[in-house]
Design a protein around this ligand. Structure first.
Ligand SMILES: [Zn+2]
Length: 70
């Protein structure tokens, strides 16, 4: 038996997200996407450090761009 979390998938909004406690992330059965990708994880980290969500996203965006350019 699967235990769906009581949350919509962040990608397709279906309520078929199964939480995997051992990795601290959920996977959607409908679209197959994980709920927390690397980017989202970084945003949460920055938020935990005291940034607002929009600031944290700005920083994560800038970091992602830097990584792309090597
Ligand atoms: Zn989904």
């Amino acid at each position: 038996m699967n235990d769906y979390v009581n949350e919509n998938c962040v990608h397709c909004a279906a309520q078929t997200v199964i939480y995997h406690q051992y990795i601290g992330d959920g996977c959607c059965e409908t679209c197959g996407a994980w709920q927390v990708d690397e980017y989202e994880q970084r945003v949460r980290e920055l938020e935990a450090g005291g940034l607002t969500r929009s600031d944290a996203q700005g920083v994560a965006d800038a970091e992602a761009m830097k990584e792309d350019k090597g």
